[in-house]
Design a protein around this ligand. Structure first.
Ligand SMILES: Cc1cc2nc3c(=O)[nH]c(=O)nc-3n(C[C@H](O)[C@H](O)[C@H](O)COP(=O)(O)OP(=O)(O)OC[C@H]3O[C@@H](n4cnc5c(N)ncnc54)[C@H](O)[C@@H]3O)c2cc1C
Length: 398
């Protein structure tokens, strides 16, 4: 019987494990996660948005997997009774300069097969979001909200039902490739098998370098910080309000998100984090910081984006500056409307030349697949990505 080891109990590791078991029932499968719970990092610290595929370059892995993943996620949520809502969103241009990019989003959305996209004039924006002002908007009716940790829990439940084993609290230290065999060495146990899939998120480059020492990428951690609207101010936002994103940057800009479990989140910003799991502003991890500083691409990113980076730090430490960014979309918002929210850290791959990889990145080396760049919308796309990885891996084993 074939043995497969999946590393990482985020939404992608879990979806991959589930698809392997569905395609080959009876496979000896173990999923190894270093934390005591699944979904402890990106999957459990995201905005909870079901992306409809608006932003992504047509034909890219993001575009293809987001659309397919969107349909499959909605079906999964309906079948498994997971709370979700297709509430729609608006993307709002607040200046003339943003209008060409709003047009480009519309073009991409149409090319990616989105239904019901509609340009909005200022009065139509106010009909949908009475407290929002902009000079033009784009209605994206297919966008929605969901609880991704609940989705991940359901994947885990199904893996266990199908005979897969989930091992928590065990950090993988080393992967050894010996011909057709692989050994995965954890802090206290070792597993042997025929194949490995590593979906290690913020640590993915470190695991990938074990079998591909010349890996031309490093993960740079970007913390996203949130505020929440106080319950008394939640009336200011009905659904989801997004700015037009800066095309030079792979993040969407601070936005308003009504959460499926109640409340409205505001954010996230994007600051370089001095640690891959540095969830608090003052957290610092020496190894992670030195690793980033040693990567030539980091210096090029810093040189290129220092001005916007400083703005992000300013917003990180000054609530008033954060409020001003939000006021672009909802001018009525005041500091008193906000209370501190959580934070999440994005695993963003960067190459040697300082390019922040836009698309998903997977690396195959014989019987090992590493997921090296899986930022947003990978949670939306998890069922499509997991199926693609599982199919690829099983074809390698034939
Ligand atoms: C702030 C923020 C907002 C986002 N908003 C959205 C959104 O609204 N919609 C959307 O679709 N996507 C969103 N995303 C993106 C989405 O959350 C991620 O793309 C997705 O969760 C990636 O899943 P993953 O399984 O690859 O990574 P993770 O969830 O990070 O999982 C990786 C797992 O690997 C484990 N691991 C790492 N190293 C080891 C090791 N050595 N041994 C064992 N285990 C290990 C980690 O502990 C972790 O549990 C957002 C992300 C962030 C950070």
């Amino acid at each position: 019987m074939q043995g497969i080891i999946v590393i990482g109990g985020g939404i992608l590791g879990l979806s991959t494990a589930l698809h392997i078991l569905q395609a080959r029932p009876g496979t000896r499968l173990v999923l190894v996660e270093k934390e005591q719970t699944i979904a402890a990092h990106q999957t459990g610290h995201n905005s909870g948005v079901i992306h409809s595929g608006l932003y992504y370059k047509p034909g890219s892995l993001k575009a293809i997997n987001c659309r397919e993943g969107y349909d499959r996620l909605l079906r999964f949520c309906r079948e498994e009774n997971i709370r979700h809502e297709i509430c729609g969103k608006i993307v709002v241009a607040t200046s003339e300069q943003a209008l060409p990019q709003l047009q480009e989003l519309h073009r991409r959305g149409v090319a990616n097969g989105l239904q019901g996209l509609k340009f909005l004039n200022p009065a139509e924006i106010r009909d949908i979001e009475p407290h929002c002002t902009g000079i033009s908007g784009l209605l994206v009716p297919e966008a929605g909200i969901v609880d991704y940790p609940a989705v991940a829990e359901k994947y885990a439940e199904k893996i266990t039902e199908m005979g897969g084993e989930i091992v928590l609290g065990e950090r993988v230290e080393e992967i050894r490739q010996n011909g057709n065999q692989v050994e995965v060495i954890g802090a206290s146990r070792t597993w042997k098998g025929n194949a490995v899939v590593a979906c290690a998120g913020l640590q993915s480059d470190r695991l990938a370098r074990q079998t591909e020492p010349a890996l031309p990428l490093r993960i740079l951690p970007f913390r996203g910080e949130y505020y929440k609207l106080r319950p008394s101010s939640a009336r200011l936002v009905n659904h989801l309000i997004y700015p037009v994103p800066d095309p030079a940057f792979p993040f969407l800009g601070v936005h308003f998100t009504r959460m499926i479990n109640g409340g409205v989140e505001c954010g996230p910003n994007a600051v370089f984090a001095f640690g891959r799991e540095a969830y608090q502003k003052t957290d610092f991890n020496l190894r992670d910081t030195l690793d980033a500083l040693a990567w030539p691409g980091f210096h090029k990113v810093a040189a290129k984006h220092w001005r916007s980076g400083l703005g992000e730090y300013h917003r990180s430490f000054s609530k008033q500056a954060f409020v001003r960014a939000l006021q672009n979309l909802v001018p009525e918002i005041q500091a008193e409307d906000l209370e501190p929210g959580g934070s999440g850290i994005r695993a963003q791959a960067c190459d040697r030349s300082g390019k922040l990889l836009d698309d998903f990145d997977f690396r195959v080396s014989r019987n090992i697949i590493h997921v090296c760049n899986a930022p947003s919308p990978a949670a939306t796309a998890s069922l499509a990505i997991g199926k693609t990885i599982a199919d690829n891996l099983l074809s390698l084993l034939q």
